[in-house]
Design a protein. Structure first.
Lengths: 222, 120
């Protein structure tokens, strides 16, 4: 028997490509978010409310990831922002190479904020760095308050938690304090916003924070 | 089912580190998989076998070492293994903890049998 010792990260190829994406974002001073969640938590609706609120304040581009259809890209395009749809044809996550391909068909000139909406899945996307500055995990109240305990990796790797559909709290079996407490047990460093895309509650706080992060990054890069 | 694409990455890594003439000598690929890596070991083994069954790597097996979620408390300095996945110190309850391990997804070793051991 002979043994070859390598000690390499399995996803090192993805990580290297993610680093290239990150370099490109840095050169262009673009703040980049990777939005992740289970299907139906409201990622695209949050995106719509965000584009609406930040219209005229920030130049935003969007990359949409879905298993099938370009429905989400069509929804986003109505806001007049550059958008590229990645269809994974069954793939359960975006990876750095798919994002690199999408970036080729996106005019990044003047863009300050890029939001990548990942495939709806609370497991697989957590392993794949896309080159983003932060992962934003969306957990909606209709999913219950135990999601952070069931999907720890996603909540651990995220920097931001958006608790969405808070207007539905009176009607569903979900305690906001338990949901936030569970998330903070998994990741004490999480910044949390509570949002509703129906009543628009919390959208301004989230967007103001986003605007400030984008401005801070551009100041830093000057 | 991202285990399939992870299995594919493992095969590519073995191909990079072992010359093609020795691919059919690979009998084991040792991995370190953290409990919080989001990877299901059984699915990964299944996927690896599925994509290698008709290739030179058909005799290769994955040997997976599970790496516990270990945290160190910044307040009391205790190092503990967190079974729950909570980043909370079980000694003093502090949430100011440093993560020491648990998110690994590494190929550590590739084992090859010697040419003379090779079955005809």
């Amino acid at each position: 028997m002979s043994v070859v010792t390598i000690e390499r990260k399995v996803l090192e190829k993805n990580d290297a490509l993610a680093e290239k994406n990150r370099e490109l974002f840095h050169q262009s001073s673009i703040f980049v978010l990777n939005m992740v969640s289970s299907p139906g938590s409201g990622k695209t609706s949050i995106l719509e409310r965000t584009l609406e609120f930040l219209n005229g304040k920030l130049k935003i581009a969007v990359i949409e990831g879905d298993v099938q259809t370009d429905f989400d890209a069509q929804r986003v395009a109505k806001f007049g922002v550059p958008v590229v749809q990645i269809v994974t044809h069954g793939g359960c996550h975006l990876d750095a190479s798919l994002v690199q391909d999408a970036l080729r068909s996106l005019d990044l000139n003047g863009i300050q904020l890029l939001i990548i909406e990942n495939v709806g899945n609370l497991v697989c996307p957590s392993n794949y760095d896309l080159g983003e500055h932060m992962k934003v995990v969306v957990a909606s109240t209709t999913e219950g308050d135990d999601k952070p305990l069931k999907y720890p990796a996603m909540f651990r790797n995220a920097s931001i938690l958006l608790v969405n559909k808070i207007d539905l709290v009176p009607y569903v079996n979900c305690s906001l304090s338990a949901l936030k407490g569970n998330a903070l047990c998994m990741n004490p460093a999480l910044t949390i916003f509570e949002t509703s895309c129906t009543t628009k509650q919390g959208i301004a706080e989230w967007c103001n924070w986003l605007e400030k992060q984008t401005a801070d990054l551009q100041k830093k890069n000057q | 089912m991202h285990e399939l694409s992870i299995a594919q990455s493992i095969v590519e890594m073995v191909q990079q580190h072992v010359p093609p003439s020795d691919w059919d000598r690979v009998v084991a690929v040792r991995l370190k998989v953290g409990v919080l890596s989001g990877v299901v070991s059984d699915s990964l083994e299944f996927s690896f076998q599925a994509i290698t069954s008709d290739t030179s790597f058909r005799r290769a097996r994955l040997e997976i070492e599970s790496i516990p979620f270990r945290i160190q408390c910044n307040a009391c300095q205790t190092t503990t293994v967190s079974e729950s996945g909570f980043a909370v110190c079980s000694q003093c309850g502090s949430v100011e903890t440093k993560i020491l391990s648990g998110s690994e997804l590494h190929v550590s070793e590739i084992e090859l049998e010697e040419p003379e051991e090779k079955k005809p």
